[in-house]
Design a protein around this ligand. Sequence first.
Ligand code: SF4
Length: 186
Amino acid sequence: MKYASLEELEQQISSCTRCPLHKTATQKVIRKGSNNPAILFIGEAPGKNEDATGVPFCGRAGKMLDNIIEYMGLDDDKWAVINTIKCRPPNNRTPNKKELKECRPFLEMQIELLDPKLIVLLGNTAEAAFVGRGKLEWGKCREISGKKVLKLYHPAALMYTRSRIADQHQFIAENRKLWEKYSKRR
Ligand code: SF4
């Protein structure tokens, strides 16, 4: 599946009926942020607020992600955020393997067309969708298919285990040169 432009891809996602989640979701939740990001964050799946607004990371977890982005010192045109799947699973459950597989072509094409220099996987589901569960170590940057890839905690996980906030802030502070390096490349 190839798309000439990000716009064409996003139109196709909007009309997708490939898996049953489209029947229960209010709308597709596709992307927030730049269409030419240096750093691309990948979360899990739309939740209740995202389903209602069509905007990824717009609830409490979104505020937490905003804090992470601000702490990294990224300007608005340097980042974007997407999810592994584009429709909300009922009751905010974790996407299953079949759903991740059905939606994966869209994830791959979003990455190709957004073409970030650094991909930040937010939590285990993003890791499972992108490389397979348990393949990455938190905070260790690896090169995969020509992209630098880093796994961090999902913002929602930070809300539930607040001791991780300090760990993640410390990691971001210690790696300031990494954020500066990748955000300067465009
Ligand atoms: S989750 Fe993905 S594959 Fe399933 S209907 Fe939504 S856009 Fe299509």
